[in-house]
Design a protein around this ligand. Sequence first.
Ligand SMILES: NC(=O)c1ccc[n+]([C@@H]2O[C@H](COP(=O)([O-])OP(=O)(O)OC[C@H]3O[C@@H](n4cnc5c(N)ncnc54)[C@H](OP(=O)(O)O)[C@@H]3O)[C@@H](O)[C@H]2O)c1
Length: 243
Amino acid sequence: MSTQATGKVILITGVGRRIGAHLAEHLLSQGHRVIGTYRKYTPQLTALVDQGLIAVPCELTEPLAAEKLGAAIIAAVSRLDAIIHNASVWYDDTECALDPAKSAELYHVHVTAPVQITEELQRILPVRDQAGRASRLVLFMSDAAAHDGEANHLHYFASKAAVESAVRSLAKRLAPHTRVNAIAPGLIMFHPEDDEGHRTRRLQQNLLPFEPGAYVIGQTVDYLLACPAITATTIKVDNGHRP
Ligand SMILES: NC(=O)c1ccc[n+]([C@@H]2O[C@H](COP(=O)([O-])OP(=O)(O)OC[C@H]3O[C@@H](n4cnc5c(N)ncnc54)[C@H](OP(=O)(O)O)[C@@H]3O)[C@@H](O)[C@H]2O)c1
């Protein structure tokens, strides 16, 4: 299948809801060709497909997930300009203690599988540097509190700290043809189940005490897509979080 003459070809993992769904909509509306992975069909996914999304089923914990995703991508497009590793799980330490497979899943979904996918796509759709200018961006989603940690989400935040280390290593490995960066969001969107007390306490930790919404991540993705001189960097988007 041919790719559009204008716009970039961008893979985003986990586009069925929230930030991933917003990024897919935002990038499609700019004329980019977007491939989005999903686990289950949601009304948001249906709307994205209507807008032109190439939807690819992908369970990151499956064996051979990277190879299967690579095969689906190469069947759909002939080049890839950006990869956004957005998919994530948010288990607390009580859940991980009850089922140790959940702590392993945090590291697998946040670090191991995205690194495998990045390397698989480099193998099947290689890119070359253009006189030291990267022609591909790989972008991970970290978390602004990755280095502060949190008493009841040790494994989640440790896995996000590992994401930032992986970003620096991959940036060295893949330069100069590929830039590798991370966005570290703070509070972007509350979950529907968050009560008023939690919302108030959480907002009070921010120098800028408002819930920004996913568009601020879209703005940061636009910046990282456009600026050719940033690699091995994490950009915090956290309303000045001061825990
Ligand atoms: N929202 C925030 O305020 C915030 C704050 C800090 C960091 N972040 C980071 O920003 C990113 C997006 O956040 P979000 O709140 O939009 O995340 P989310 O609501 O938890 O959505 C995560 C996506 O990942 C997919 N996913 C989870 N496990 C998967 C697996 N094993 N295989 C394939 N897909 C899987 C989910 O698919 P299903 O729909 O099938 O479950 C979902 O589409 C995440 O990396 C998150 O850590 C967000």
